[in-house]
Design a protein around this ligand. Structure first.
Ligand code: ADP
Ligand code: MG
Length: 701
């Protein structure tokens, strides 16, 4: 085959032409032969079996039935006429229905002749009906040459309106196979083909479009999914290898005084095994010659902050500065206060920089950063501003990374001549398998253990009409000296309405929990940062027992004495958000509670979410459910990783294949990093082409 054959503009394909080419491009993004070849059917109609009428199920599947039309009539209705045929076989009767094209059908239909009808059945009362069936006289059907499994291609209304029906698309694909003589270059190595018993590329493409039978279809799907995931992994892994070779890291060779002193004298608790392991992993990175780019995952409350601190001490011991970025002012402030307290007996200079840092302070801070007097800078996005220059930034830590865009993260790279080591921390649990494909080019560390003595949060679901009981429970808890969060949703599109909900809620709580017995804090997005801090501070100090808030408190906030989390309109929150919110309690020694309040009207998904929350505290389990409910689209990083652009594989459903693909990509690159071996020539060729075509999206970090 001419190597550029697949690049041929689709207009040149026989039966397409410029007009249809325009529509194909606009509707399906098909510009070249290759695009058409990779337009995979959504589903297939199995025309290998025939159903009896009494076997029909209201499943919506397409089936074929053999029988006769015994009667034809017009039915008039308000909304228009329809033509109804009574269709029978030896087991029963059903209806065939047409809403258009009546005359043509009436004229062409033969009464009492055996037909094969084919289409989707639905049930009305006790009668099955098949609208607009495909039909063929049985005699013709038996003579015809048939594709056993008929492909159904993705389509749009416009496409069918312009006459590009499924049949037409299918014809185009057939034409493409004709012109190519059905030969497509192999893109996998003989080793992999052998080991996984994969069918060849040519055979796979043929069978994905025109499967000979179910088994070959399944093998074609497997082969193409594998291939797709394999090349995504090839890209991620080779990128990582390249980074490790090319990007020199700042060597942190010493484990010096600060680290040791802190570890021996000031560590407020014993580290968990997981924390120790992760610190070791990070130390290995920092001590090597390569720049670290590591993702630290750990469920809410697993103790990431102390890990961050110890890494920053390593940086300082090696003569570098460190910074810690958090997504909100509240969180940055809390980190700053927490770190300052941990470092109280040590000679470390630490400062806070946020949007509300005063100009005079800011100027001072800039100077200290530039002349190296400041060791640690904690802050919000403000840290990223160009004005903020370090003398020698060695380590940048980003907390709760899903709040930061990729572009922002990359800004950190340019804060130093040599890029600083980067540690990204997240409590949004990403299913392990997904993390590895999403962040295939990052190293991943995992804190999979909570500090000892934590009691799992007891979670219940209560309907709004039980509010009084819930409030009674709150009063009991407050009497025991505990504190309580009450959280309201805040969704961007309806901010005004949410604000009203919050205020209404606040008023009603203020009525039920009157002063001076009860003190209430309120924090929401429309408050000035200073006011937020003030209210937060009161709650942290225990001056108020109730914190009414929007999701601004979602991440990071740490008040160990708070033991109850009430989430209002819980059905409006996503699973990961609910889990984050719940993570605000259960931080002290007391038994903690999370109460999910909702109305009675709940969608199926909402029910699943609530049920998941009440049945488990495991962030990873929750993440898996979340992934299944929402698909990968909403998960962080998916846009950049190209996993959404997958044509045939599905990272959730095909996770097993993904792992196989990753394994083989890793093996291959390990044994032949530059793809020089003869046997890997097909991989090299395909890979080079994909990169050139940007078929695989660029993943930047
Ligand atoms: P997250 O991972 O959610 O950021 P934090 O770092 O805020 O968690 O830690 C949660 C709480 O657990 C803090 O109060 C912290 O002091 C405490 N903590 C962390 N590690 C340990 C440990 N090994 N033993 C006991 N308490 C710990
Ligand atoms: Mg944290």
């Amino acid at each position: 085959m001419n190597p550029n054959f697949l690049q041929t503009p689709i207009a040149y394909l026989k039966g397409v032409g410029p007009n249809r080419a325009d529509i194909l491009k606009a509707e399906l993004g098909i510009e070249t032969y290759r695009d058409l070849l990779h337009l995979f059917p959504n589903r297939y109609l199995d025309r290998t079996s025939y159903y009896k009428i009494n076997q029909l199920q209201p499943s919506g599947a397409d089936v074929q039935v053999v029988g006769k039309i015994i009667h034809l009539k017009m039915v008039e209705q308000k909304r228009g006429k329809r033509l109804v045929a009574t269709f029978v076989d030896d087991t029963g009767q059903m209806e065939l229905v047409w809403f258009r094209g009546h005359k043509w059908i009436k004229d062409s239909i033969k009464i009492n002749e055996p037909y094969v009808v084919f289409g989707r059945v639905s049930q009305y009362g006790s009668t099955f009906s098949m609208p607009h069936p495909e039909m063929e006289l049985l005699v013709q059907h038996q003579q015809g040459l048939k594709i056993a499994m008929q492909p159904i291609y993705p389509s749009t209304e416009k496409l069918s309106a312009k006459g590009i029906t499924n049949r037409v698309v299918s014809k185009m694909v057939q034409q493409l196979f004709l012109e190519s003589r059905g030969l497509f270059p192999e893109s996998l190595s003989p080793n992999i083909l052998d080991e996984l018993r994969l069918i060849s590329k040519t055979e796979a493409l043929l069978n994905i479009h025109f499967p000979k039978n179910q088994e070959l279809l399944a093998r074609a799907q497997f082969r193409l999914k594998f291939e797709e995931l394999f090349f995504v992994q090839m890209q991620l892994i080779s990128k990582k290898m390249l980074r490790k070779q090319k990007i020199k890291g700042l060597p942190f060779e010493n484990v010096g005084e600060n680290f040791t002193t802190f570890f021996e004298n000031h560590l407020p608790f014993e580290l968990t095994e997981a924390q120790k392991r992760v610190i070791k992993e990070i130390r290995n990175d920092l001590g090597s010659n390569a720049q670290m780019n590591r993702l630290l995952q750990g469920d809410v409350g697993s103790g990431k902050t102390i890990v961050a601190l110890m890494c920053m001490l390593l940086a300082i011991d090696n003569g570098f500065q460190a910074c810690l970025m958090a997504p909100t002012e509240i969180l940055a402030t809390q980190h700053y206060n927490g770190l300052k307290e941990l470092l109280v007996n040590m000679d470390i200079k630490i400062a806070l920089l946020t949007g509300s840092t005063k100009k005079s302070e800011r100027t001072l801070l800039h100077n200290q950063l530039e002349n190296g007097n400041l060791n640690i800078l904690v802050g919000t996005h403000a840290v990223l501003e160009d004005k903020v220059q370090f003398k020698n930034l060695g380590l940048a830590i980003v907390d709760e990374q899903h709040r930061f865009g990729v572009a922002q993260r990359s800004k950190l790279w340019h804060k130093n001549d040599t890029p600083p080591h980067i540690l990204v921390m997240t409590a949004t649990p990403i299913p392990r398998t997904l993390a590895m494909s999403l962040y295939g080019d990052l190293d991943v560390s995992l804190i999979d253990e909570l500090p000892p003595g934590r009691k799992p949060v007891t979670t219940v679901h209560r309907f709004d009409n039980n509010r009084l009981k819930v409030f009674g429970f709150l009063k009991d808890e407050i009497k025991k000296g505990r504190q309580v969060y009450i959280v309201y949703p805040l969704i961007q599109e309806s901010e005004a309405m949410d604000y009203k909900d919050l205020m209404d809620g606040y008023e009603s709580i203020a009525r039920d929990f009157p002063q001076p017995e009860y003190q209430i804090s309120i924090v929401h997005g429309q408050m000035k940062p200073a006011d937020k801090d003030y209210e937060m501070e009161r709650f942290v100090k225990g001056e108020t027992q109730i914190m009414v808030a929007t999701t601004v408190i979602e991440v990071g906030v740490n008040v160990p004495n708070a033991s109850v989390m009430i989430i209002e309109s819980a059905e409006r929150f996503g699973l990961s958000q609910l889990h984050q919110l719940r993570g605000r309690v259960g931080r002290g020694a007391e038994q903690s509670f999370c109460i999910l309040m909702t109305g009675h009207k709940l969608s199926e998904d909402a029910k699943t979410r609530l049920q998941t929350m009440t049945s488990t505290n495991d962030g990873f389990e929750i993440a898996e459910v979340d992934l299944k409910l929402r698909g990968p689209g909403d998960l962080m990083g998916t846009q950049q990783s190209g996993l959404l652009a997958l044509k045939i594989a599905d990272i959730v459903k095909d996770n097993q294949i993904l792992q196989t693909a990753r394994y083989h990509a890793m093996q291959l690159l390990k044994n032949d990093p530059r793809l020089e071996k003869e046997e890997n020539a097909p991989v090299l060729r395909a890979f080079t082409k994909m990169m050139a075509n940007k078929t695989i999206w660029n993943y930047i970090s």
